[in-house]
Design a protein around this ligand. Structure first.
Ligand SMILES: *[C@@H]1O[C@H](CO)[C@@H](O)[C@H](O)[C@H]1NC(C)=O
Ligand SMILES: *[C@@H]1O[C@H](CO)[C@@H](O)[C@H](O)[C@H]1NC(C)=O
Ligand SMILES: *[C@@H]1O[C@H](CO)[C@@H](O)[C@H](O)[C@H]1NC(C)=O
Ligand SMILES: *[C@@H]1O[C@H](CO)[C@@H](O)[C@H](O)[C@H]1NC(C)=O
Length: 306
């Protein structure tokens, strides 16, 4: 991991805009998203309810947990509202299960449980970061639809996302971080469907990410007292690791080991003939391992610090 870390400090500390709320001054981190982000925390069970171990999709700490532990320099308190399978709005892109909480639901939960600043979560506008990693399922579930123009549909999604950002703004949120959708065209789930499907999702991902950048800019322009609305591009992190797999010790960048796909008892479990689980990039068809999340978290912390 040291090699990975120094590489990102050196080459990927390229941020989209400078951070007015520095990472070292961030006392509260509120996160919204899907399986790449959830750690099983359930705000409905109470603000002070425990985070259940590593209930992540990464067979270890995910990016939020890495920011809350390894890369935590300010005693940042994390409230993770993400839900596995989430889309922006279940009415626009139906999630895989009706119990999935969309971004709309997650923002509603923030409004209900955290906007009142209860004991244990007495955040302020000037010390709190609101982070979003959403779109993987929105694009993944809609890129092959023939009843919409993908670009126009992404605009519908962005308009819906903006209403949720406006809601958070009304609740006092002033600093925002948006992660772009990673190159899921390089995930086994898509690769297995062949080059035509890869070629179909790629432009959809690029368009979604471009519209996300525009959305962040417009949102910031609309509310002049927003401190930050940074878009962090996850694609260079994923691509650098995948393109230099040998250097980083990943044994396979296109596939995964079936014995590990639902998680393993330990982070170094080995089931022959596979290599140890920690040597894989993909835990299963769509989710990268905690090592990837750790690189991402370091790169995010660096971006928020410069
Ligand atoms: C979250 O907690 C609430 C209240 O205890 C409970 O009704 C709900 O089922 C829990 N959700 C999950 C996903 O565990
Ligand atoms: C941050 O906001 C709080 C009120 O929410 C205020 O008391 C404090 O002075 C502010 N700090 C800075 C550095 O502006
Ligand atoms: C397009 O088709 C998909 C898949 O059949 C459906 O889920 C979705 O609601 C449709 N969207 C629109 C905007 O008609
Ligand atoms: C990676 O995994 C895939 C799917 O299991 C397999 O087809 C491929 O041969 C593997 N590649 C290497 C380099 O082991």
């Amino acid at each position: 991991m040291l090699a990975i870390h120094s590489l990102f400090v050196a080459s990927l500390a390229i941020s989209s805009s400078y951070a007015k709320l520095a990472w070292k001054d961030t006392k509260f981190l509120f996160t919204f998203g899907d399986s790449y982000t959830t750690d099983g925390f359930n705000i409905s069970a109470g603000v002070n309810s425990p985070v259940p171990g590593f209930k992540t999709s990464s067979n270890g700490p995910n990016w939020v947990q890495a920011l809350g532990s390894t890369f935590n320099v300010a005693g940042t308190k994390v409230f993770n509202l993400a839900s596995g399978g989430a889309t922006i709005d279940a009415k626009l892109v139906t999630p895989f299960e009706p119990t999935v909480l969309s971004i709309v639901d997650q923002v509603t939960q923030f409004h209900q449980f955290l906007a009142p600043k209860p004991a244990g979560a007495q955040w302020s506008s000037n010390n709190s970061l609101f982070a979003f990693w959403i779109g993987i399922n929105d694009v993944g579930n809609s890129f092959s639809w023939t009843n919409v123009s993908q670009s126009q549909f992404h605009t519908v999604l962005m308009n819906r996302l903006t209403t949720q950002l406006d809601q958070l703004y009304a609740d006092g949120a002033r600093s925002f971080l948006f992660l772009t959708v990673p190159p899921t065209d390089r995930a086994p789930l898509i690769l297995q469907q062949g080059p035509a499907v890869v070629a179909q999702i790629k432009p959809a991902l690029a368009d979604y990410n471009q519209q996300l950048r525009t959305t962040a800019q417009k949102f910031q322009a609309k509310h002049r007292d927003i401190q930050t609305a940074i878009v962090f591009d996850t694609q260079p992190v994923f691509n650098t690791l995948l393109d230099n797999a040998k250097t980083f010790g990943f044994v396979n960048t296109t596939g995964f080991c079936e014995a590990y796909q639902n998680g393993t008892p330990s982070q170094t479990t080995q089931t022959l003939p596979c290599a140890p689980v920690s040597n894989y990039f993909w835990l299963n068809s769509l989710h990268p391992l905690f090592t990837v999340h750790s690189s991402l978290a370091l790169s995010i912390a660096t971006t928020l610090s410069t």
